[in-house]
Design a protein around this ligand. Sequence first.
Ligand code: 5GP
Length: 114
Amino acid sequence: PGPTSPQPTLFERIIAREIPSQVVYEDDDYIAIKDIAPKAPIHLLVIPKRVTTRVDEITDPLEMGRLWLKATEIAREQAPDYRLVVNCGAGGGQMVFHTHIHILAGWEGGPDSD
Ligand code: 5GP
């Protein structure tokens, strides 16, 4: 069990290396991994280690700003142009209830070219 929730989220288990993943970035506060089912040539997930279930649970502007800046920093290392996606709630397509930002990039002719 993780320190913040009795039932660790999938991403907590990935952070703890209980579940393997391809880690592309990590520091004390964030991890970025390759999505297991990529929906673009480059598909990463930027995950804050502090557990919230969905992005709108983050109410501190500094925390939100730092997450956004981390996502754009990692995205820019992958590709000059990219798409960031946040699914918020089951009705918004969220499947893993541990806040994360998708980085999608690497298309030849843009995201809607195929
Ligand atoms: P959501 O729909 O919650 O915004 O996105 C969850 C993402 O996590 C999906 O794109 C899904 O492919 C990815 N995912 C689900 N399980 C795993 C896993 O075990 N490992 C990795 N690397 N990604 C996963």
